[in-house]
Design a protein around this ligand. Structure first.
Ligand SMILES: *[C@@H]1O[C@H](CO)[C@@H](O)[C@H](O)[C@H]1NC(C)=O
Ligand SMILES: *[C@@H]1O[C@H](CO)[C@@H](O)[C@H](O)[C@H]1NC(C)=O
Ligand SMILES: *[C@@H]1O[C@H](CO)[C@@H](O)[C@H](O)[C@H]1NC(C)=O
Ligand SMILES: *[C@@H]1O[C@H](CO)[C@@H](O)[C@H](O)[C@H]1NC(C)=O
Ligand SMILES: *[C@@H]1O[C@H](CO)[C@@H](O)[C@H](O)[C@H]1NC(C)=O
Ligand SMILES: *[C@@H]1O[C@H](CO)[C@@H](O)[C@H](O)[C@H]1NC(C)=O
Ligand SMILES: *[C@@H]1O[C@H](CO)[C@@H](O)[C@H](O)[C@H]1NC(C)=O
Length: 489
């Protein structure tokens, strides 16, 4: 435990190394409140994700950075080097757009002029917007099979049912009762927005926190301005516990199906970088893979991934919601200088990092309960393969999904076809269950950390009524089952 905590948060060192590829997963920035209808990214939010893009640019693109991705173009966008995708919905799509605008900003007037199009008739046409660069972004529609990689929670009844179970658990009910008075005491501040004080309770923990948080930031005329820092903090930690509980329970892995597809996507992107390097690429597969992948997604995927990869063992902070415009980064690197195009799998390593919001430093954490700050690529690959759901067929079957694209994977009686052996996919499924058993053992430890954290927070800053803290402390959070629709961002 001490070792794990000590490793957690090691400042990333600038020791000589060669980065070969990276994947960045970004949460949206500040937006309007969910409670008030369809959400949109605010200028504050766009600035936050723009800053996250600028930060990423400085780390991976700047030629003076020790983490510059080898061979990556610094100023001018090269389409084959970057892959970016976001769900086809406003907040997350705009998030990715703003992030990419910062990653490859306009080339500037002089460049725009020198690159101007010289026409046959002698006139010269510079590119618009100061040499703006059009970084390609793939918008993934909810009806597309591709949606399972970044939005594996949509159209997944198995997951919804698993979350519903949690909602019905004793620990959830206890927390619901213990916090009722607290929630109702806030009613005067939101009486215009809720019909009755009884509408405010733990089942809506995220919705209520979100409303208070957004109004506090944006609306000077709202009675919510009267909320105290303590009350807001308590609303946040209750939302933390509700959302973490909804997205992760070690004994009910179906709650984290979206993190399992996401894990497979991360592995797939990094593996492409590895397998298309000269040495391991087959003669028929010499097309270079993108060096940098940018994906935009929701906090629920973050939380489920935190649980699934045991990051909660590295720091109890992982029980909390990540701040706006948080980024998770996965880096594929070789320690020491390496200018060889042939990647040697045995010397490659993978580092996991989180930047929580846009004002905190980027911090490195060990995955899978490892004592090592980063992992050998081969170990990372094997662990991710165990937890990952790497085919749409397996997702459709695990979710029992009614999505149209799953029709291909149903039999004549309209039942999900379970994934067949023979092509490596079963190994994935079996491995996942082994991983789950391991994780179950670990969960008990996680509960202790959670309890300790609540007690610590409760004592130090005395926010929840003490009895409620103690009673709710024993679990890794409980979840109000929200309808995980397209708005779960
Ligand atoms: C040259 O062609 C472009 C595009 O067809 C046109 O806009 C421009 O006016 C032409 N310039 C001259 C000098 O004819
Ligand atoms: C700000 O709060 C006031 C008072 O509750 C409300 O009438 C108004 O609609 C709110 N404005 C926004 C943009 O939410
Ligand atoms: C990595 O890519 C290679 C080449 O495409 C493939 O054969 C292998 O199965 C992939 N491994 C994983 C873990 O995805
Ligand atoms: C991120 O920040 C939020 C708010 O400050 C906090 O509750 C959460 O625990 C943090 N998460 C991590 C992993 O640091
Ligand atoms: C087939 O199953 C899916 C998912 O359970 C369901 O949505 C759909 O209505 C079913 N179709 C028929 C024809 O029963
Ligand atoms: C986790 O899931 C199990 C199995 O459904 C359930 O019994 C348990 O109550 C859940 N954990 C909590 C803290 O609710
Ligand atoms: C969760 O449970 C609470 C209380 O048991 C209930 O009021 C609420 O409707 C449930 N939420 C969902 C989405 O089922």
């Amino acid at each position: 435990m001490h070792t794990a905590l000590a490793i957690a948060g090691l400042a990333t060192t600038a020791a000589a190394e060669t980065v070969h590829g990276a994947l960045v997963f970004v949460r949206h920035g500040d937006r309007t409140a969910k409670h008030l209808g369809p959400t949109s990214l605010t200028p504050v939010g766009a600035s936050e994700v723009f800053e996250a893009g600028t930060f990423t640019r400085a780390r991976y693109l700047s030629s003076s950075s020790p983490h510059h991705i080898r061979g990556m173009s610094e100023a001018q966008y090269v389409s084959s080097q970057v892959y970016a995708s976001a769900p086809d919905e406003p907040v997350l799509f705009q998030t990715a757009t703003s992030f990419l605008q910062a990653l490859y900003p306009p080339l500037g007037q002089s460049f725009a002029a020198t690159q101007a199009d010289k026409l046959a008739n002698g006139s010269s046409v510079p590119s618009p917007l100061n040499g703006y660069q059009y970084v390609m972004l793939h918008g993934i529609n909810a009806d597309s099979p591709e949606t399972v990689w970044i939005k594996g929670d949509v159209g997944c009844p198995t997951m919804t049912t698993a979350q519903q179970d949690f909602n019905n658990s004793a620990v959830f009910q206890t927390r619901l009762e213990d916090t009722r008075a607290f929630y109702q005491s806030l009613y005067p501040m939101v009486s215009e927005l809720y019909d009755a004080a009884t509408d405010l309770d733990y089942t809506k923990a995220f919705d209520i926190f979100d409303l208070f948080n957004v109004q506090k930031i944006h609306n000077s005329s709202s009675p919510i301005q009267k909320v105290s820092d303590d009350q807001l903090f308590q609303l946040r930690t209750l939302a933390d516990s509700a959302e973490f509980g909804a997205n992760w329970n070690a004994s009910q892995p179906d709650r984290a199906l979206h993190a399992r597809t996401f894990a497979a996507a991360v592995l797939d992107h990094l593996n492409q970088t590895v397998s298309t390097s000269s040495s391991s690429a087959s003669s028929t597969n010499t097309k270079a893979a993108p060096k940098l992948t940018v994906l935009a997604g929701s906090y629920d995927t973050f939380l489920a991934f935190f649980g699934l990869t045991r990051l909660t063992e590295a720091s109890p902070d992982f029980y909390g919601l990540p701040d706006y415009a948080s980024t998770m980064m996965f880096e594929l690197f070789t320690p020491g200088g390496n200018n060889d195009d042939n990647l040697d799998e045995s010397t490659l390593r993978v580092r996991y990092m989180l930047r929580n919001g846009t004002t905190n430093p980027l911090r490195q954490f060990p995955l899978f309960g490892s004592k090592q700050a980063d992992l050998p690529w081969t170990q990372f690959r094997d662990e991710m393969q165990k937890i990952g759901i790497s085919t749409t067929a397996e997702w459709c079957s695990s979710c029992d999904s009614p999505s149209d694209f799953c029709a291909a994977f149903r039999d004549g009686n309209n039942n999900s076809v379970s994934v067949q052996a023979g092509n490596g996919e079963v190994a994935v499924a079996r491995g996942a269950w082994i991983a789950v058993l391991v994780v179950m053992a670990v969960a008990i430890l996680g509960n202790l950390i959670w309890a300790a954290m609540w007690l610590f927070r409760g004592r130090k800053e005395s926010r929840v009524p003490a009895a409620a803290v103690v009673k709710t402390a024993g679990s890794t959070g409980t979840g109000s089952v929200r309808s995980y629709g397209k708005e779960s961002v």
